[in-house]
Design a protein around this ligand. Structure first.
Ligand SMILES: *Cc1c(COP(=O)(O)O)cnc(C)c1O
Length: 322
């Protein structure tokens, strides 16, 4: 038994309907010709807050009782999850605190503040921030919203998978950028219980491939060093709750280089006018390097653009780095 099933994802979909955007599935003729697959993009870069993370955050926060919510919401992530939690908390009328690393990105801090959350700065390691969050929750009764290792968060992220099946019933494969595995565990549970013939692949940069290594080892395995341009998935180990779902449902894990990722990001922008952050381009990078098994040639393949939160300055750096 895993912690979520397709039914939980269906329930999440009902719960968050109307609070999030129904994002489009976009076919690219130019990139299909270039890669030899029939390429579709699921455009979660166009989602509220700029990434899919709002789905999990809403699915976690909406079912809280008034009394629980009034004690406040806490998270320890400075990136897309922090923005999503700040947004979802405000939507429900609850106060949120986001614990950021000392010296964290001022752009991200400003955007989390814009969504109405309070900022606290603590340490440089995620372990220190999570410890502080847990201490605060124990003292005040506030609710901690984990970035991936939570059944409500996982089910919320899985709603992306239901939308993909609705828009492209005969998809041969779905490719998902993978960090702590909240996103891929939700998507895989939804897709594999409804359409087992559709393959689900996770994609990671070589310098941050903890899930691929764990998948092959058959057990959660930590990396002691992370090196990738994809800042949304710098995770050293897959989640405790998410990893068994990955083992049960995911077909395989693929890797790409940072060079593939930047090339993918710029091609998606140039050819499809969709702005992905580097992490958001990781799935398409696997198609560019032809990493799928041969039987998928010419087949309908969905590449998830998981987020688009990138500043023009960062984008200029990516263009220069090419
Ligand atoms: C969080 C994130 C991911 C990975 O999600 P996990 O649930 O940690 O695997 C991928 N892309 C973007 C843009 C993200 O913000």
């Amino acid at each position: 038994m895993t912690v979520i099933s397709a039914d939980d994802v269906l329930a999440a979909r009902e719960r968050i309907a109307g609070r999030i955007h129904r994002t489009p599935l976009v076919r690219s003729r130019a990139l299909s010709e270039m890669t030899g697959y029939e390429v579709f993009f699921k455009a979660e870069n166009l989602q509220k807050t700029g990434s899919f993370k709002i789905r999990g955050a809403c699915n976690k926060i909406l079912p809280l009782s008034e009394e629980e919510g009034r004690r406040g919401i806490i998270t320890a992530s400075s990136g897309n999850h922090g923005q999503a939690v700040a947004y979802a908390a405000r939507l429900c009328g609850y106060s949120a605190t986001v614990i950021m690393p000392e010296g964290g990105s001022p752009v991200k801090a400003a955007s989390i503040k814009d969504y109405g959350a309070e900022l606290l700065f603590c340490g440089t390691k995620s372990g220190e921030r999570i410890a502080l969050a847990q201490k605060m929750c124990a003292e005040s009764g506030a609710v901690f919203v984990p970035p991936y290792d939570d059944p409500f968060v996982m089910a919320g992220q899985g709603t992306v998978g239901l939308e993909i099946l609705e828009d492209l019933e005969d998809a041969s494969a779905v490719l998902v950028p993978t960090g702590g595995c909240g996103l891929i565990s939700g998507i895989a549970a939804a897709i594999k219980e409804k359409k087992p013939d559709t393959a689900v692949f996770g994609v990671e940069p070589e310098g941050s491939a903890s899930t691929g290594i764990s998948f092959r080892a058959g057990k959660r395995t930590a990396l002691d060093h992370i090196n990738t341009v994809a800042d949304g998935i710098r995770t050293t180990i897959p989640g405790e709750l998410t990893f068994p779902v990955v083992q049960k449902y995911v077909d395989d894990m693929l890797t790409v280089t940072d060079e593939d990722v930047i090339r993918a990001q710029l091609l998606i922008l140039e050819r499809c006018k969709l702005l992905a952050e580097p992490t958001g381009a990781v799935a398409f990078a696997a198609l560019l390097r032809g990493a799928l098994p041969e039987k998928f040639r010419g087949k309908r393949v969905v590449s998830l653009i998981s987020g688009g939160n990138v500043t023009l300055r960062q984008l200029a750096d990516c263009i220069r780095a090419r």
